[in-house]
Design a protein. Sequence first.
Length: 247
Amino acid sequence: MYNFQMRSQELAYDENDCRYWKPVVKNASYAPSELAIVLVDMWDAHWAKGASMRAAELALRVDPVVRRARDDGIFIVHGPSDLMDFYTDSPARKRALDIEIVAPAKPVEIPDYPLATDQVGGGSDTRDELAPNTIVWTRQSPSIFIDEDRDIIAQEGDIVYSHFMKRGIKLAIYIGIHTNMCILHRSFAIKAMLRRGMDVALVRDLTDAMYDPARPPYVSHAEGTALVISFIEKFYCPTIGSDELTL
C-alpha cells in the first residue's frame, strides 16, 4: 500500500477572526493497482532556454521515481503533447489507442480561477532566440524510460480516462511541466480529469512553472513555481512529495 500525506489549503479564520489559508494534510492509502502516474510534456527540448535546461534536470529526477513506481505496479502514462506521430509505431502508443472509449457518468463543474503568476510572453526567464511557443520538441526526454510492454503514450483526455476506468484507477498523480500551463490545462491533465470526476494529485517537487521574475508578482523563478503549486493546493487538488512514491 502507498500511504500519502495529501497536502491542500483551505480558508479559515484566526483568533482575530481574520481569514488566512490554512494548510491541511489528509492521509490516504492506495494499492499500487489503484494508482496512475501521468507525465505531462516532459519533452527533449523547449523554445525557452531556461525551461529546456530545467526540464532536462527534472527528467533525471523523474526517471528513477517512475521506474520504482512501475515495478510496484503503478500504471504509467507518458503524455508528450504534439508528438504522437513520433510514436506511431510504438507498442505503448498502439496500446493506448486499443481501448473502448468510456464517457464520464456526469461532468463535474470546475471553475477556472485566475492564475497566481503572470505569463505574458510565454513566461520565459532567459534570453531566447526562438519565438514563444515555437515547437522544437521532437520526442519525450530520452532520460525517461518508456516500458513498451506496460506503459501507454497518449495526449487525448478521453483515451487516458478510458484506460483509468478499465484499470480501476482511483488516483491520477501528475508529474511534469509546466505547472501553470500544461499540468492544469491539457485535455488529459488536472482540470480535465477533475471534470471527469477523477481524483488527482500533483507531485510538487517534480514539476516546474513557466514564469519570468520580470513579471508580476515579481518574485524569483522558484518562488513563482511555489506560488503556482500553492494555488493548485487551494483550488484544484492536493500535492504529495516524490519521496512518498519511493518509500
